[in-house]
Design a protein around this ligand. Structure first.
Ligand code: ADP
Ligand code: MG
Length: 472
């Protein structure tokens, strides 16, 4: 059985992999494990000087917390013990660096201790649950394809945290996962208005977690999510490959589960088929009830259409409903899309009858636009991101794909490669081809460089966000 301090070298290794060699040497080579206390919730680390402590807290708070929580998952507080007064061992260059850094980010000056901050700007207020009032059980048509999932969700409302925990809903897009998990939230809230309920897409959880790390606000983040009565996390597949977020989520999950707090997760695949999620998390997902929502068959589609047609007050004959149900066999969202088009057409020509011809026209154009939208979407996104990056860095498209090694052209190229990989899902090889036949290893190097920078410097994420805005 390894004791806690056996893990310390692993923490240091983790830091070493995140921080450049000279910085690691200057700031972490003398960082020591001293002890843990408070049932493992506090870790005390030894540093050679106050200056060293402050520097770590200012510059590497996020990295340190990240690395520590990987191997000491219960730790909420990090404290330092100053071993010796050795101010003079701090390299002069690094001292200059911290001074420059403080000048650049004055807000860091007021913020020297990890435990000082108590409020956070990116976590919604306690009473905000993010539930969409439209997503209720009353508005949810139960049919063969979703019957099991609906029954389980209703049972959870009656016995939260006890019967099925977690509930893992999976299925393709537009089939009602988000609607159903939120319906549980609405109903629980109706029954018990003081319930602390949080609905959150996993990507938002990830962003909040990374912000918390960067700002050294892990304590608030943990408190926020470990104090809910019902946690709804949507599209958990987006945590694939995000190791530190998964670790954090694992502990949130365990805490809530032990307290018998209900957790509902959704994903596009069943746990065993999700790639890039830790085994221990997948096994947690399988602990409760895993249930799918299938594609609705013809009968189910007719039932859903009937309900929605009535709600929207559309005058459609049953033959016309049948026609829509036969033509659109993908998902409920698409059925809704067609109904909205029908409604639009009826609003523009309220006098005339809505004929079968009108319907046919709508169905044909809908199918055509859907198909071409699908084919075009990646191509046009590619173009838009390309233009946005060029604009952001003030460089020309031909330079980015050309051989220039000029600094800002090279940086623009690396950003663009990162976007193509992470946002558009192109392979390394195909990205290489798009950039004047570069080797895939060059692309890998570029994307991992941006990933590394992103971890260390919040301004990189800000750049990415700005570029995304330009690309809309
Ligand atoms: P998913 O999360 O699986 O991608 P959503 O829950 O967002 O799907 O559902 C897509 C749309 O279809 C939403 O507007 C939702 O209200 C609607 N919807 C899905 N299933 C049903 C259903 N059984 N009854 C009524 N509306 C449904
Ligand atoms: Mg959804």
């Amino acid at each position: 059985m390894p004791t806690t301090h056996n893990y310390w070298p692993l923490v240091l290794d983790n830091l070493k992999s995140q921080i450049s060699g000279s910085n690691y040497k200057a700031w972490f080579s003398r960082l020591e494990f001293v002890s843990t206390s408070n049932q493992g919730r506090k870790i005390i680390l030894g540093v050679p000087s106050l200056f060293n402590k402050n520097y770590i807290e200012n510059r590497y708070k996020g990295e340190l917390k990240d690395a520590v929580s990987k191997y000491f998952p219960q730790v909420i507080h990090i404290d330092f013990q100053i071993n010796k007064t050795e101010e003079e061992i701090t390299p002069v260059v690094a001292q200059q660096e911290i001074i420059a850094n403080l000048e650049e980010h004055p807000r860091l000056q007021a913020n020297l201790s990890i435990d000082q901050e108590k409020t956070s700007t990116y976590l919604p207020k306690k009473n905000i649950n993010n539930l969409n009032p439209r997503y209720t059980f009353e508005n949810f048509v139960v049919a063969e394809h979703n019957e099991m999932a609906a029954n389980i969700s209703k049972a959870v409302v009656d016995q939260p945290g006890v019967l099925y925990n977690p509930v893992f809903l999976y299925g393709g897009v537009g089939l009602g996962k988000t609607h159903l998990m939120q319906a549980v939230g609405q109903k629980m809230l109706e029954k018990n208005p003081s319930y602390n309920i949080k609905y959150i897409p996993s990507e938002t959880f990830l962003n909040q977690f990374q912000l918390a790390l960067r700002k050294g606000e892990m304590e608030q983040f943990k408190n926020y999510y470990r104090n809910v009565d019902l946690l709804l996390i949507d599209d958990i597949q987006f945590l694939a490959g995000k190791e530190s977020t998964q670790t954090e989520f694992f502990h949130t999950f365990n805490t809530l589960h032990q307290l018998n707090k209900q957790i509902i997760l959704s994903s596009d695949k069943q746990p065993s088929e999700i790639k890039g999620i830790e085994e221990r998390l997948l096994s947690r997902f399988n602990m409760g009830m895993v249930v799918d929502i299938a594609k609705p068959d013809l009968e189910s589609r007719i039932a859903i259409l009937n309900y929605k047609v009535e709600q929207m007050n559309l005058k459609l004959t049953s033959d016309q409903i049948y026609l829509v149900a036969s033509a659109i066999d993908t998902n409920v969202r698409e059925l809704e899309g067609v109904l909205n088009k029908i409604k639009g057409k009826m609003m523009f020509s309220p006098e005339s009858e809505f004929s079968d011809n009108d319907l046919e026209h709508i169905l044909i154009t809908h199918k055509k636009t859907n198909l071409s939208a699908h084919l075009n979407s990646r191509t046009s996104q590619t173009d838009r991101i390309f233009q946005a990056v060029c604009k952001f860095f003030s460089v020309e498209k031909k330079d980015i794909v050309g051989p220039s090694r000029q600094q800002n052209i090279a940086l623009a190229r690396q950003f663009l490669m990162w976007f193509f990989k992470h946002e558009l899902g192109y392979s390394y090889v195909s990205i290489g081809k798009m950039f004047g036949d570069r080797d895939h290893s060059t692309v890998m190097h570029a994307t991992s460089k941006i990933d590394g920078l992103r971890k260390r410097d919040f301004r990189i994420q800000e750049k990415i966000n700005l570029i995304k805005e330009l690309a809309i």
